[in-house]
Design a protein around this ligand. Structure first.
Ligand SMILES: [Zn+2]
Length: 268
């Protein structure tokens, strides 16, 4: 029995006898199948050629990303709090070196994931650290490896210990969320957004898309819903899904300005 992992999206499936024919996450219009066709690998095969880079972003926030890059190449974020650590988003590669390093950083008390593209090997991480996984119930259909540690939550927000709140935004996926870290950015607050709110290349603006690789925009109503969802929270900084996608200062104003610019562009 192997737990197949899709090479384009990095999603690990329930252990089974043979590789499946296709991956529902990759055949969905928001993702894609690579030009070589649907490719699969096992976690052991991924471990053989890759390792994780583990590096702090600021006090209490550590990035964990795979090198060389794999699948969507997002890096996860470990938020350290006095009430326990939370892993925000997840990656496909978990190995002994990573488990040892994360234990040395205080382990993982809970895992929360922005949306299905980053579900990756969440069950491996959950088992290794005996941590529950918080997923928004609106994306339940996209779980490819069901597990008793997955906690589906509903509604607008889910509070976690340590001054952390998962905020439901929708948009990219019906259940897309962000994580608010009140103590982040030296007390100014930080928003960990995955690609629910996507920091763009100039790192002064963000964008909001149904599909990033296939460039499918969202309607104005969805943009307004995302902005309204994060409006009650104070945040100075945004950490997007990759190492470099960070808005260091005045991030809330960047979200407002980006939403206005976007809606102006699509409504003409
Ligand atoms: Zn995505």
């Amino acid at each position: 029995m192997i737990a197949p992992m899709g090479a384009t999206c990095g999603t690990q499936f329930t252990p089974q006898i043979a590789y499946p024919n296709d991956c529902p996450i990759c055949t969905d219009e928001r993702q894609y199948i690579g030009s070589q066709g649907q490719q699969w690998l096992s976690l052991a095969e991924l471990q053989a050629g890759h390792h994780n880079r583990i590096e702090p972003h600021e006090p209490g926030l550590i990035g964990i990303g795979t090198e060389p890059r794999f699948a969507i190449s997002q890096r996860a974020l470990l938020v350290q709090t006095a009430a326990g650590n939370v892993l925000w988003d997840c990656i496909s590669l978990l190995d002994d070196a990573t488990i040892e390093a994360v234990h040395a950083l205080g382990g993982i008390h809970a895992i929360a994931i922005s949306h299905p593209h980053y579900y990756s090997s969440m069950v491996e991480w959950s088992q290794a650290f005996d941590a529950p996984i918080y997923l928004h119930a609106a994306d339940r259909q996209w779980v490819m490896r069901p597990d008793s540690r997955i906690m589906f939550w509903e509604g607008d927000a889910q509070t976690l210990p340590g001054g952390l709140t998962i905020v439901h935004c929708g948009g990219h996926f019906a259940g897309s969320t962000v994580l608010h870290w009140a103590a982040g950015a030296h007390g100014g607050g930080a928003l960990l957004t995955g690609d629910t709110i996507n920091v763009v290349q100039d790192r002064r603006f963000v964008s909001f898309m149904r599909s990033y690789p296939n460039q499918i925009p969202l309607p104005a109503s969805a943009i307004r819903q995302i902005v309204a969802a994060v409006e009650p929270y104070a945040f100075e900084r945004i950490y997007g899904a990759w190492w470099e996608t960070i808005i260091q200062h005045d991030a809330k104003r960047a979200v407002y300005a980006s939403a206005e610019r976007y809606i102006r562009a699509i409504e003409g």
